[in-house]
Design a protein around this ligand. Structure first.
Ligand SMILES: [Zn+2]
Length: 406
């Protein structure tokens, strides 16, 4: 049965579509928008008038056309609204401020007090970072429309949607109890939304990165934890209650390494950064700490032919290739996209080998139908992806009431 929309609903929907298109394209023309969205020029004119009244779009001057009237360009008004995104990790928090063109205009990082911090310490770091960034940007404070959080665990909304009130974080891997969103941060007048960090990263790739315009893809996040965004028919797969994509805790060995989640043989316990560095140490390597420098040293040592490092990296690559091949067989993606700091480092040294091993472990047909790519936003896009949550709200909901013109 065709959907019956009131004039008002239709107008709101058209507003959303035009605003989304302009955020994605940054600049267009009335004719270009009409063509892209299959709307009449008159509708585009009305919607743009509404969006101009909201302060979200602007005229960008005109260019001469072939003999006819000059063509007026319209674009997103970067300063019309701002969104905050936060990459909330177990060791610290990065909060980033974006304008409506989704250009990052400010950033604040706060370490948590201790390694493997508890939720209260992370909440303190998050609150301090948000307060600092808002404190520096008082002139635009009233145009900051919301804060999105990319969180290290399963993010569930009791209401059924993936954002809003009643949102709870289940970070089993960190040993945290269930954490309600309002225990993490509270900013008067600012809407707070949240999603899983790997899904946030995948959302950034869908909007602006390597998955833009791609219907079916897997976006793997390889860092200390291992996460996944599964893109199916252009949308992130969420499952019944949003935990779909917990790839890091799929089992790859019946009697494998103990995982932080309490299970055994999880992928994350074999290819997460802690696992790689621990394996190197067990084989006599002497990594410096547990972070980027240690992982970089491991892969560099393998590149030089150091036997212990070669063994660790080869094994990790093999495990990763099998797990990705399983995803290829399961989901038949057009793209397999690798992100996260461990993923980026492995791809820098071993891209071709990883690709060959994934294809070899896949069925021939799906194994020949994907492209392997790096994330467009090198490892640092969880905050951008999280900021898309309040951006989506802005796109869905007018800042000022939509007029009743049809
Ligand atoms: Zn696990």
């Amino acid at each position: 049965m065709p959907e019956q929309l009131t004039t008002r609903e239709l107008r709101a929907r058209n507003r959303s579509r035009v605003l989304r298109e302009l955020v994605l394209s940054q600049e267009s023309t009335r004719a270009g928008l009409a063509l892209a969205l299959a709307l009449s020029p008159a509708t585009i004119t009305n919607v743009l008038a509404d969006l101009e009244a909201e302060g979200l779009v602007e005229d960008r001057g005109s260019v001469p056309s072939d003999g006819g009237r000059p063509i007026v360009k319209v674009g997103i008004r970067a300063g019309g609204a701002y969104v905050l995104g936060a990459d909330v990790g177990e060791k610290g928090v990065a909060v980033e401020l974006f304008d409506l063109a989704m250009t990052r205009v400010d950033r604040e990082f706060r370490d948590a007090a201790t390694r493997g911090a508890n939720p209260a310490e992370i909440a303190t770091a998050l609150q301090a970072a948000v307060d600092a960034i808002l404190g520096r940007n008082t002139a635009i404070r009233d145009r900051v429309v919301g804060l999105g959080l990319g969180l290290p665990g399963i993010v569930e909304d009791a209401g059924g949607s993936h954002a809003g009130h009643g949102v709870v974080l289940y970070a089993q891997s960190l040993g945290w109890p269930a954490v309600h969103l309002d225990e993490l941060v509270d900013v008067p007048g600012l809407q707070v939304l949240a999603d899983n960090g790997a899904k946030a990263l995948a959302a950034a790739e869908i909007w602006f990165g390597s998955v833009r315009g791609v219907d079916d893809a897997v976006v793997a996040l390889l860092g200390r934890g291992v996460g996944l965004g599964l893109v199916s028919s252009g949308r992130l797969l969420r499952g019944a209650r949003s935990s779909a994509g917990e790839w890091g805790h799929t089992k790859i060995a019946a009697d494998g390494r103990v995982c932080r989640c309490g299970g055994r043989g999880c992928l994350e316990a074999h290819v997460g950064s802690d696992a790689l560095i621990a394996a190197w140490r067990e084989r006599g390597g002497e990594p410096d700490g547990s972070g980027w420098r240690a992982l970089d040293a491991l892969v560099a040592a393998a590149d030089r032919g150091d036997a212990a490092a070669v063994a660790v990296v080869d094994e990790a690559l093999g495990t990763l290739a099998l797990s990705l091949a399983n995803l290829v067989n399961l989901t038949n993606p057009q793209k397999v996209v690798i992100g996260g700091w461990v993923g980026l480092r492995l791809m820098r040294s071993r891209r071709d080998e990883l690709e060959a091993r994934i294809r070899e472990a896949s069925l021939q047909r799906p194994g020949s139908q994907f492209e392997l790519e790096l994330c467009q936003f090198e490892g640092d896009s969880v905050a951008l992806g999280a900021a898309l949550l309040p951006l989506e709200k802005l796109i869905e909901t007018p800042v000022v009431a939509v007029s009743s013109r049809a």
